[in-house]
Write a protein that binds this ligand. Structure first.
Ligand SMILES: [Zn+2]
Length: 295
């Protein structure tokens, strides 16, 4: 028992996922996946309105978001392995360093950062004062993702006021330099990037959006990045997309495939925009799915 945390023991079928719960509004939540500890590092929660939805019917909006707003969050995850420390995304970088410190981790100790994609709320913590925030870390990103967000040619097809994401990505990749390691999550889907970590392509939200399956001693956890942004409507109606999906139709297809896979295989999931505690299980219900948070 660590620091007064209560062992709640959340079990999903044969998969063992335990959580040491903290208050729901805590910025740090800890879970056990085999020999790994997975720690949610929250950048905070927010309410958003339904104007961000693409393809939601008025009936769906009334049914699933009756108040007109829904709760979302921004999370990063630290995976503490017996022999290395791995970050999955870095949030905006607002609370990240304070959160890391609160679990006894200094940025210099991080061995690897895995990026799900290159939006600012995922790569914001990679660079501090123009320098790599994690000086020892290899930065893993899908080649398709890196190539898209660092292409001036693609950037120039967008209006000037829509180029910020490209410019930010270019600056971050330049600052990280030779620490960046690209991979192809389609060709290398079954290959381990690190011991116990496999990439899964789920393109659509962005051109190289990648999920990470964490696997230790037969226990698994899928860290699914931005597979959902608005759980309230996208779980019961996964065919609703978001205005910030690069390719909404592809994002929907990826979401449907992943939800089916984790529901059928009882694989616990964690998401960057899943409201706290940010982790849970998925089961099929009616035409969509239900998300059950860990207790
Ligand atoms: Zn995001």
């Amino acid at each position: 028992m660590r620091g007064g945390y209560l062992l709640l023991g959340c079990v999903a079928a044969v998969l063992f996922l335990s959580c040491r719960g903290a208050a729901a509004d805590s910025l740090v939540h800890r879970y056990t996946v085999g020999a790994f500890e997975v720690i949610l590092l929250s950048e905070g929660a927010a309410e958003r309105d339904t104007s961000l939805f693409v393809g939601a019917s008025p009936e769906q909006v009334r049914k699933y978001v009756p108040t007109g707003t829904y709760v979302t969050a921004t999370n990063a995850f630290l995976v503490r392995m017996p022999d290395r420390l791995v970050l999955v995304d870095t949030g905006y970088g607002r609370e990240l360093f304070k959160n890391l410190k609160s679990v006894g981790v200094e940025p210099e100790q991080i061995d690897a950062v895995l990026l799900t994609h290159m939006h600012g709320d995922h790569i914001g913590g990679l660079v501090r004062d123009g320098k790599p925030a994690f000086p020892k870390a290899a930065i893993f990103v899908a080649q398709q993702e890196r190539d898209y967000w660092t292409s001036e040619e693609i950037m120039n097809t967008f209006p000037v006021d829509k180029r910020g994401g490209f410019k930010n990505s270019m600056a971050v990749m330049a600052a990280c330099g030779s620490a960046v390691r690209t991979f192809d999550p389609v060709a290398d889907e079954d290959a381990e990037l690190l011991p116990g970590v496999r990439p899964i392509a789920a393109f659509g939200h962005t051109p190289g959006h990648t999920l990470y399956m964490v696997d230790s001693n037969g226990s698994r956890l899928l860290i699914w990045g931005d597979l959902t942004h608005a759980s309230a409507i996208q779980m019961p109606a996964p065919e609703v997309a978001m205005t910030y999906d690069t390719d909404p139709a592809m994002a929907i297809a990826s979401r449907l495939a992943v939800l089916k896979y984790v529901a059928e295989n009882n694989i616990p999931v964690a998401g960057m925009h899943v409201p706290l505690p940010g982790m849970g299980t998925v089961s099929a219900a009616d035409a969509g799915y239900v998300f059950t948070p860990v207790p």
